[in-house]
Design a protein around this ligand. Structure first.
Ligand code: ADP
Ligand code: AMP
Length: 226
């Protein structure tokens, strides 16, 4: 048998580990970047409500069209709309062995709704100064085809403006504009930060300092997981 790599996340062979993980943190903290790496490593899906909503918006569904207006402004999409889309995604077969939730819950009511659908084992809180976020978000570029996230400064594509994987021209998210970012940070402080207290009282939170390189944060995420 090939030995597990030294940095692999260990699980006991007699005790199947159920990874139902929530990533919490401000926009731009690196949740999506780390979630994609971790999902690959653990073989469980990365569920981003932001990505699900953006996909619905580009498909032009009724839900997507309604959500789009809120997203452009940096406001939260109404709870009922997001819950519907998340419930459907969690019911898919690949989520039955665990998931990494990124961007949900975002307020206390959403946490209560989530608890009615599924338990959560761990909450990783990405802690980072706000000054870093504004830079990261203004430099973020996304591939609209495969969802890969780039950063013009810290994670640039090999060929300027094109996705490394499929060559698609990269886009800047409409809600990464300065005005929408300001709103998103205010919404985070008001609606999402109170969630931390809730999850802390449940003993679920591990703090991951989210400054430093992608590899450094990756190592901290692995160390925080149990
Ligand atoms: P979130 O999902 O929390 O909004 P992202 O994962 O999309 O954040 O990351 C925001 C931006 O910061 C992206 O441009 C990404 O490439 C970049 N980024 C992510 N993690 C790091 C890091 N550790 N150091 C530098 N840049 C990072
Ligand atoms: P994200 O991709 O996580 O940065 O989310 C982008 C945008 O999608 C947010 O600013 C909201 O408008 C919307 N959104 C994503 N997840 C949620 C959620 N759980 N509740 C409400 N709105 C959400």
């Amino acid at each position: 048998m090939t030995p597990a790599p030294a940095n692999a996340i260990q699980s006991s062979p007699s005790l199947p580990l159920m990874h139902r993980i929530v990533l919490l943190g401000p926009p731009g903290a690196g949740k999506g970047t780390q979630a994609k790496r971790l999902a690959k490593e653990l073989g469980i899906p990365h569920l981003s409500t932001g990505e699900l909503l953006r996909a619905a918006a580009s498909a032009g569904t009724a839900l997507g069209r309604e959500a789009d207006g809120y997203m452009r402004q940096g406001r939260l999409v109404p709870d009922a709309l997001v819950l519907g889309i998340l419930r459907e995604r969690l019911a898919a077969a690949d989520a039955h062995r665990g998931f990494i939730l990124d961007g949900y819950p975002r307020n206390v009511a959403q946490a209560q709704s989530l608890a009615e659908i599924t338990p959560v084992e761990q909450v990783l809180y990405f802690e980072i100064p706000e000054s870093v976020l504004v830079d990261r978000l203004s430099q973020r570029r996304n591939c609209p085809t495969c969802g890969t996230v780039y950063n013009l400064v810290t994670q640039p594509p090999r060929q300027s403006g094109r996705c490394d994987r499929d060559g698609t021209p990269l886009i800047q998210r409409t809600d990464d504009s300065e005005e929408a970012v300001r709103t998103r940070l205010a919404v985070y402080r008001e609606a999402t930060v109170p969630l931390l207290d809730l999850y802390r009282t449940q003993g679920l939170v591990r703090t991951v300092p989210a400054g430093g390189s992608v590899e450094e944060v990756d190592a901290r995420v692995r160390a925080a997981l149990h």
